[in-house]
Design a protein around this ligand. Structure first.
Ligand code: GH3
Ligand code: MG
Ligand code: MG
Ligand code: MG
Length: 324
């Protein structure tokens, strides 16, 4: 009926046409150790998907892990291996667990097919396998898998966006606020030191006014890199906004924090900032305020306030200095 209708519409094969026009060409691994059956399935799929066949189950696992496949067709009727076991191995290996598994089984063997679905196969077909049905299922799996991947990527990037500053790649203020509160409580609870630095680029407005906003952005990125280079992995570096950054130093007492601040100050002053692919070198300095947690502090806000005041005094005293 459908074939007739599609012939009347001038379409040779509706599924083929649909697959071709939507570009849903999947990368398929077929695991089947009976050559004739494998050949027939491969032929049915090959017009719309790129297909590779593997007869040996162990070799198939390796290929599935190393290859760039989207779907794995697993025969439940392998002669030399238990297809169900293969299915569960595919689902349990880190490198293959995201592959879509399509089971191929005998109609009389429903319980094994059901068992396969229970252990994580995505779909199944019973023999004799109808070519159009095979193509339709494969297409659906490819489409679903790509959709899931796009979704996962976008969830991941929006989660990153929520806590990162886009210009510098440092953490943003929102993240700093929540994380600093936790670090403060932890340090108080364990009676450990906690220090923080507030860093503000000196006369940054002049950089923007003289060389333009893009040049200013380049300076900020380099500034962030220099701070990172002077801090440890466990330190939290965040952009508060504008040209003001904060570094939180766990397990670090005031004198050690002051030494870190001085190292950053020198690294900024020490070498002019190369911008516009080295066409310009701009001298930059930074004023840094340092504060540590005190026993009487009720929260990080008091600590932050002391560091802010220290920056203010650094500016008043002529900039390019570290004040505790
Ligand atoms: P001071 O030594 O007192 O800190 O002087 P300053 O010029 O650095 O201070 P001010 O706060 O007056 O100027 C900060 C400037 O930073 C103003 C603003 O245009 C610029 N700015 C803020 N955010 C960005 C940004 O994302 N990119 C660029 N290029 N400039 C920014
Ligand atoms: Mg300012
Ligand atoms: Mg400034
Ligand atoms: Mg500022």
């Amino acid at each position: 009926q459908r074939a007739l209708a599609s012939r009347q519409l001038g379409i040779a094969d509706p599924l083929a046409a649909a697959a071709a026009e939507t570009g849903l060409n999947g990368r398929v691994l077929l695991i089947e150790d009976r050559p004739l059956i494998a050949e027939r399935l491969a032929q049915a799929l090959s017009a719309f998907h790129s297909i590779e066949t593997e007869a040996d189950a162990q070799a198939a696992l390796t290929r599935a892990a190393e290859g760039d496949f989207e779907i794995v067709l697993v025969s439940l009727d392998l002669q030399n291996y238990d297809g169900l076991r293969l299915c569960s191995q595919l689902r349990s290996l880190e490198r293959t667990r995201n592959l879509s598994v399509l089971l191929l089984g005998e109609a009389e063997d429903k319980s094994r097919v059901l068992r396969g679905l229970e252990i994580g196969a995505h779909d199944f077909l019973v023999r004799p396998i109808d070519r159009n049905e095979l193509l339709a299922r494969a297409r659906t799996l490819v489409r679903r898998k790509r959709f899931t991947e796009r979704l996962r990527d976008s969830v991941q990037s929006s989660m990153e966006m929520a806590v990162m500053d886009q210009l510098t790649g440092l953490h943003n203020r929102r993240y700093l606020d929540t994380r600093l509160a936790t670090l403060f409580d932890e340090s108080a609870l364990r009676a450990r030191a906690l220090s923080l630095l507030v860093l503000d680029v000196d006369r940054f407005k002049i950089v923007n006014d003289t060389w333009g906003h893009d040049a200013g952005d380049e300076v900020l990125r380099d500034f962030a890199d220099r701070i990172r280079a002077c801090t440890r992995g466990i330190d939290l570096v965040a952009r508060m906004g504008g040209e003001e950054m904060v570094v939180v130093l766990p397990d670090t007492a005031l004198d050690a924090a002051q030494a870190v601040a001085e190292r950053i100050r020198q690294r900024v002053e020490g070498e002019p900032f190369q911008i516009q692919r080295g066409q310009r070198a701009i001298p930059v300095t930074v004023s840094i305020g340092v504060a540590s947690r005190r026993a009487g502090d009720g929260g990080p806000v008091e600590m932050m306030k002391r560091a802010d005041e220290a920056v203010y005094r650094a500016k008043a005293a002529g900039r390019n200095r570290v004040i505790v």
